[in-house]
Design a protein around this ligand. Structure first.
Ligand code: SF4
Length: 390
């Protein structure tokens, strides 16, 4: 989170990896593909004196191409894919008893690290779905590489993230090498991308909007809202109803899961089930919620929730430790969150299962959600890593 960005003596600092990306761009034998995370598009503008929450997606794609990358993708596409995988996992656990309830989200690497150290009894509750960044990386080095007639070795895959913990996630275990290579070679922060754009002399303001590359660049509003606290939950709810009942939910939005309260809960009717969901952001709030779960378990009670979203940073990824330095106030957080929901509202598709390119990638390549190939490429596992105690 924020500590790496705000260490008062500069002893802890983000590892600068802009050189690695620039070297790959200069290497004629490398095909460089870059993805950008949901939260980057509503914050990068601040480095160029635009207001917090200003959506600069099209300019970011254009800037990456001016820097010389070969393909520009969007992590939001893989956020849609995460919803298909995690939503199916939730439905399997709920309706077929295939796994523990509640299901807890695992796309925040700080939370994964914390859980493996302090709450390893929660491992069976964790979604095995990889984070959107890792799903995008493995598809880049398999599905996309094959479509270009390239091997995974010839692709350099980079990610622009709001997060310093994502740098560690790229190589956290063997599952992050599912293509045979490291699926995401390097993860850069929003600040590092801003520095690259500035130092290469690109006039960010004068760039015209461009689109991401097909077929793993197009996304729905559900993918975008991953950047805000409650967003993964809302995106999952938009699709869970369809997965359980085969029918669309009457409304698109779930206002009850939005907001800045540290722990929020809601009940949502999905078919015959009243789904109890909870959201926690900021690690102290996460701890309170996990302790509540532990107590219910120890007392042999029914789990208080079916599905839980956890983000280590207050407000979610929009205030990650790799974002422009302005998130000491909730005002900036709320402006960025407003940008996220504005982007969702203007999206042509707002449910992950409506993304035509998601359907295509399952038809062409992956098979069924949670199927054999999807499991090999898109899922991971967790290991208890207890702290040394005297
Ligand atoms: Fe990273 Fe914070 Fe988002 Fe977690 S919540 S993935 S630590 S930016």
């Amino acid at each position: 989170g924020q500590c790496s960005a705000h260490c008062p003596v500069g002893a802890i600092y983000e590892k600068d990896e802009t050189k690695r990306l620039l070297e790959a761009i200069r290497d004629p034998d490398k095909h460089v593909a870059v993805q950008i995370a949901p939260a980057v598009r509503v914050a990068l503008g601040e480095a160029f004196d635009l207001p917090a929450g200003e959506i600069t997606t099209g300019k970011i794609y254009a800037a990456l191409r001016r820097l010389g990358v070969d393909a520009v993708f969007d992590t939001n596409f893989a956020a849609d894919l995460t919803i298909m995988e995690e939503g199916t996992e939730l439905v399997e656990r709920l309706t077929k008893g295939n796994g523990e309830i509640p299901l807890i989200t695992s796309c925040c690497p700080s939370w994964v690290d914390y859980m493996e150290k302090y709450y390893d009894d929660m491992i069976p509750h964790f979604s095995t779905a990889k984070s959107p960044m890792m799903m995008q990386g493995v598809l880049t080095k398999t599905y996309y590489a094959e479509s270009k007639g390239l091997s995974s070795k010839e692709i350099f895959s980079a990610a622009i993230m709001p997060c310093t913990a994502k740098k560690f996630e790229c190589s956290r275990d063997v599952n992050m090498f599912a293509s045979g290579e490291q699926d995401v070679d390097v993860s850069l922060t929003t600040r590092e991308l801003a520095r690259m754009i500035k130092s290469s002399g690109i006039d960010f303001h004068s760039l015209s909007d461009e689109d991401a590359d097909a077929p793993i660049g197009a996304y729905t509003g559900a993918g975008t809202i991953f950047g805000a606290t409650g967003g993964v939950m809302e995106a999952a709810l938009r699709t869970a109803h369809y997965l359980v009942t085969g029918n669309e939910h009457a409304g698109i939005t779930f206002e009850d899961v939005r907001g800045m309260d540290g722990v929020r809960s809601a009940e949502v009717q999905v078919g015959d089930t009243t789904l109890r969901v909870a959201i926690a952001h900021g690690i102290a709030n996460v701890r309170d919620l996990m302790n509540q779960l532990r107590e219910a378990k120890a007392a042999g009670q029914e789990p208080p929730f079916h599905f839980i979203e956890v983000m280590a940073c207050r407000g979610g990824c929009i205030s990650g430790g790799g974002q422009p330095y302005a998130t000491s106030s909730d005002e900036t957080r709320e402006q960025r969150i407003a940008g996220i929901y504005k982007d969702d509202e203007k999206s042509e598709f707002r449910c992950s299962h409506h993304n035509p390119f998601i359907k295509k990638v399952y038809d062409d390549f992956l098979g069924a959600p949670n199927g054999k190939k999807a499991h090999e490429l898109l899922h991971t596992h967790y290991t208890p890593r207890p702290l040394y105690k005297k």
